[in-house]
Design a protein around this ligand. Structure first.
Ligand code: UDP
Length: 457
């Protein structure tokens, strides 16, 4: 660990699992670089401070009602959070920057604020304190650039997509196909709030001091090269954060079921398909049953994460036919939440049926685990196209949640020669990405530049 310096970095994650994980990993990276760490967070989905005893955690009120915290409408939640949190955040920052005498708070130079692009009020708050702000882009960078164009695509009449054009590429948003667009551009009711939100994100990002990107040149070369057309400040693609040399610790909002690992220990190498759709996606009961039958029909073992409440209208897995899991004996295991990094790193895990959230996608690439892509919304659509058509390290289900399709995809990936080729390609990509964070690699250099930049602000 490098020696402590005077700087304190303040981080402010959006309260979503897919944002909390990279932000806390980033905090660990800065800590090992000698910075002190303060995490400001909302009450909703508060990270567990006890898992990170070396950081200071400060909670602010977020004004969400119980019903709003349960909502499946993430856009609504983010809009409410942005409306409610500005004043509490400003007050919290003011206390950190000018601690009152006798408050007992140790006075330190605050080097910068780092927060998610989805916080749209933080830039003006940071400016009012003369504090440099770095934006965290927790998407693939090509999605970040592309999603800012959604209002323009809407004006150009890209929706509704004609069936005859569904397979065509979207020219300004490759490798997305036109049929993917509706799952990014939202329903009619969402179009106005979404476009307004995206406009605010762009306006709040332009004056920032830089963007820290959860990606690397090896995965995002073209979009990183294009970034100067939109942003005048430096972009820092510092690689998948979790593979930097930092101590491991969990930032899970749910309790991971640790029995997954001993269960995997009993399985043969590369024999298990891991199934998880992340922290937000939900399924209809009939889709859930199709996946269950598809997995049950394969000859492969499976480890399946079903979050409580993720089967719509049900508490958990009670709609499975009675005796379903028992009939599979030790072939299948269902848990509420898994220690995903450990599962993907386990030698027994041979494939990942995923919704292609960017964290899950990167975690799978870093372990060389090939994927079956079942994207639902937003950046997942683009990540799945990159996996199946650009890097060719997975098989796309094209939204067909049918037992035969699932069984077929699992067999193609885990048993047939097509799977061997895919596995070969993902191992090459894994090695390139992992090399990028090693001394002298592109991500490692970018991190050094970022630290220099923060220290010179
Ligand atoms: N995750 C986990 N256990 C699970 C499922 C997910 O630890 O059972 C973690 C996963 O490792 C990833 C995050 O939750 O870091 C999900 O983020 P992602 O961007 O993949 O998807 P989102 O939840 O934002 O849709």
């Amino acid at each position: 660990m490098e020696k402590r310096n005077e700087g304190r970095v303040i981080l402010f994650p959006l309260p979503l699992q897919g944002c909390i994980n990279p932000m806390l990993q980033l905090a660990k990276i800065f800590f090992t670089k000698g910075f002190s760490i303060t995490i400001i967070h909302t009450r909703f989905n508060a990270p567990k401070s006890s898992d990170h005893s070396l950081f200071t955690f400060l909670q602010i009120p977020d004004g969400l009602s119980e019903t709003e915290t349960q909502s499946r409408d993430v856009l609504l939640q983010l809009t409410l959070l942005n409306n409610n949190c500005e004043n509490p955040f400003r007050e919290c920052l003011a206390k950190l920057i000018k601690p009152s005498s006798g408050s007992g708070t140790e006075e330190r130079i605050i080097s910068c604020l780092i927060d998610d692009s989805g916080w749209v009020f933080t830039q003006s708050v940071a400016e009012s304190f003369n504090l440099p702000r770095f934006v965290l882009c927790a998407y693939k960078f090509s999605f970040f650039l592309g999603h800012l164009l959604v209002p323009q695509l809407r004006c150009e009449g890209f929706l509704p997509v004609l069936e005859s054009e569904a397979e065509e590429l979207v020219p300004v948003f490759p490798p997305l196909r036109k049929k993917d667009l509706s799952r990014i551009m939202g329903t009619n009711a969402q179009s106005e709030p979404l476009d307004a939100y995206l406009h605010k994100i762009l306006e709040a990002t332009k004056p920032a001091s830089g963007i820290i990107v959860l990606s690397c040149e090896e995965l995002d070369q073209e979009s990183l090269a294009e970034s100067h057309k939109v942003f005048t400040f430096p972009i820092f693609p510092i690689g998948p954060f979790h593979i930097h040399d930092v101590p491991a610790s969990s930032s899970s909002l749910f309790e991971p079921d640790q029995s997954c690992v001993p269960w995997l220990d009993k399985k043969e190498t590369s024999s298990v398909i891991y199934v998880s759709l992340g922290s937000i996606a939900s399924l209809s009961e009939s889709d859930f049953l199709e996946i269950a039958c598809g997995l049950g029909n394969t000859n492969q073992s499976f480890l399946w994460v079903v979050r409580p409440g993720s089967v719509r209208g049900r508490d958990w897995i009670e709609s499975l036919p009675s005796g379903f899991m028992e009939s599979l004996e030790s072939k299948g295991k269902i848990v509420r939440w898994a220690p995903q990094l450990d599962v993907l790193a386990h030698r027994a895990t041979g494939g990942f049926l995923t919704h292609n959230g960017w964290n899950s996608t990167l975690e799978s690439i870093c372990e060389g685990v090939p994927m079956i892509c079942l994207p639902f919304v937003w950046d997942q659509m683009l990540n799945a196209r990159c996996i199946s058509e650009v890097w060719r390290i997975g098989i796309h289900l094209e939204g067909r949640i049918e037992k035969r399709e699932i069984e077929r995809a699992v067999t193609r990936l885990m048993v047939e020669s097509e799977g061997d080729e895919i596995r070969g390609r993902i191992k090459v990509l894994r090695d390139e990405v992992r090399r990028s964070v090693k001394h002298g690699g592109s991500s490692s250099r970018s991190l050094d530049e970022l630290v220099d930049r923060i220290l010179s602000c």
